[in-house]
Structure formats: structure tokens, C-alpha cells
Design a protein around this ligand. Structure first.
Ligand code: IPD
Length: 274
């Protein structure tokens, strides 16, 4: 019999919790950088690799016919039509510095492992430091430690606490900062918490009213986007496209509309203010 979404979520959560325990143990022992990736500040630690290998092995045992798509190792297609999308440690820089805001993020998606076309079935985001487990199944709602969570509704833009993040390339983050400056005058405040999966979960449970970022990788948002959506958020890219590297925005619908139009305008305004 095919696994139900609940079965898939149980697998995702069990493995994310086990992986989180390993990440936390390694954090206590001391973290070291294994290599840098896209830029000198885009790092991978030895723990990222070890935790991904653990997750990959546990998934291969539990779901041998499914594909795998993780941040730190090669993708492998499966034969079942399902793929596990994994960030072993989202918030790697927080992890390196001992800031307790990082997560193991595991989602299972149907279709090609492409966020523009896949359909996420279940997802778990676990913060090993707080012990919090954010979970969702498609159509089944979103939970924090087993209790239902909802996005905050009807928040006026000038009362909205908005999360965002920055890319690893200096030219990209300078452009992100340029667009952020006018937004600071429109909202309650901005937060840059450092782990996209947890930012999306923060929207899901009302700790943030909205979150947006450009340049996310599929494993950064696969589980968190499902959790935020199941908690009632609108989660999109530009013009209603699915979230992707191009743009990811999550908020209650009216606030999402405001932010999308404001950010579109801010991005199209020239560097000389025209
Ligand atoms: C990063 C974090 C960060 C976000 C970056 C991501 P990583 O993921 O989620 O908050 O701003 O865009 O790349 O590198 O820590 O897995």
C-alpha cells in the first residue's frame, strides 16, 4: 500500500529529530568549516555533511524507491515519483557562531524536484536547540509540537514585523539592502533571523507577520513553505508563481499583496531614486 501523507510526515519528523540531535551534539563538540561554496562566506561545516549523510542513509532505509535532493550531496532520482528535499542544517552561519536559530528541514515532494512544478506532500522543520518541531501535510494543516498554528491575519502594513534574508554574494545583498531601505519606513520593523526554513515557520505561527527573500535554494523553503501555506499564509513567488530562487513571499493575503507591490516598485526604482 502507498504511504499516506501522515506516514510520510512521520518519517520526515522522526529523521529530522534524529538528525537534529546529531547536529546539536556536533555543535557542542565544536564546529569547523569544511569548505566554502558560492562565495567565501557561503560555508559548509563538517557537521552539515555528516548530518546530511545520516538523513540520506535513514531515508534510503525507510523509503528506498524515493529520490533524494539535498544541499550538501549529489541528487539522486527515485522510481516512486517522490523526492525528499533536505537541508541538513539551515542557518549554517548561525550554527557556526552558536546562535540557536538553525534547523533541520525535510520535505517530501511529488513530481520533478523543481519548486516551480513540484507538489509538497509533507514537511518537518526541527530546531534542535529549542526542540520545536514544525510540521505539515498538504491539506492537513500545520502544527507546532502537535498544536495547530495559524498565520497572523489582518495586520496593517505599518504594524507588520517582516522577516527577510540576504544572499551570499556582495552585489546581490547590496541590491537587497537597497530595496529594503524604503520598506523600513512602511512597516513595524525588519528581522534577519538567519534560517529561511524557520522564518517561514515563524510566519506560520505568528512570530513574524511576513517573510520575503530572493535567492533561496529549494531545500531552504521546501518544508517551510508548505508549513506556512498550511497555516493559512499566501506563499508565492512574483505574480502568483510558486516560491523559488527568484522570489519567496509568505504572509496573510492582504499583507502579501501590499509587500509584493511595494517590493516590485522599490526594485524597479533606479539607483538615482527615479
Ligand atoms: C541560508 C539561510 C539564510 C538565508 C540564505 C540561505 P543555509 O541557508 O536560510 O537565512 O538568508 O538565503 O542560503 O546556507 O544556512 O543553508
Amino acid at each position: 500500500m502507498d504511504a499516506t501523507r501522515t506516514d510520510l510526515l512521520e518519517t520526515a519528523t522522526r529523521i529530522a529529530v534524529q538528525a537534529g540531535e546529531l547536529a546539536r551534539t556536533r555543535r557542542i563538540e565544536g564546529v569547523s568549516v569544511a569548505a566554502s561554496k558560492s562565495t567565501a562566506v557561503d560555508i559548509v561545516t563538517h557537521a552539515d555533511r555528516e548530518v546530511e549523510a545520516l538523513i540520506r542513509g535513514l531515508l534510503a532505509d525507510a523509503r528506498p524507491d524515493d529520490g533524494f535532493f539535498g544541499e550538501e550531496s549529489d541528487a539522486e532520482p527515485g522510481t516512486s515519483g517522490l523526492t525528499w528535499v533536505v537541508d541538513p542544517i539551515d542557518g549554517t552561519v548561525n550554527y557556526l557562531y552558536g546562535i540557536p536559530q538553525y534547523a533541520v528541514s525535510i520535505a517530501v515532494v511529488e513530481g520533478d524536484p523543481d519548486p516551480l512544478t513540484w507538489s509538497a506532500l509533507a514537511g518537518a522543520v526541527v530546531n534542535p536547540e529549542s526542540g520545536e518541531r514544525f510540521t505539515a501535510t498538504a491539506g492537513g494543516g500545520a502544527l507546532l509540537d502537535g498544536r495547530q498554528i495559524r498565520v497572523s491575519a489582518d495586520v496593517a502594513p505599518d504594524r507588520a514585523l517582516v522577516g527577510t534574508g540576504f544572499g551570499y554574494r556582495a552585489d546581490v545583498r547590496l541590491e537587497q539592502a537597497r530595496v529594503l531601505v524604503p520598506l523600513l519606513g512602511e512597516v513595524r520593523d525588519i528581522r534577519r533571523l538567519g534560517a529561511a526554513s524557520l522564518d517561514l515557520c515563524a510566519v506560520a505561527c505568528g512570530r513574524l507577520d511576513a517573510y520575503f527573500e530572493r535567492g533561496l535554494q529549494p531545500w531552504d523553503h521546501a518544508a517551510g513553505a508548505l508549513i506556512a501555506r498550511e497555516a493559512g499564509a499566501r506563499v508565492t513567488g512574483w505574480d502568483g508563481a510558486p516560491p523559488s530562487a527568484d522570489f519567496t513571499l509568505a504572509a496573510d493575503a492582504p499583507l502579501a499583496e501590499f509587500l509584493e507591490s511595494f517590493l516590485t516598485m522599490a526594485a524597479s526604482t533606479g539607483h538615482d531614486g527615479t
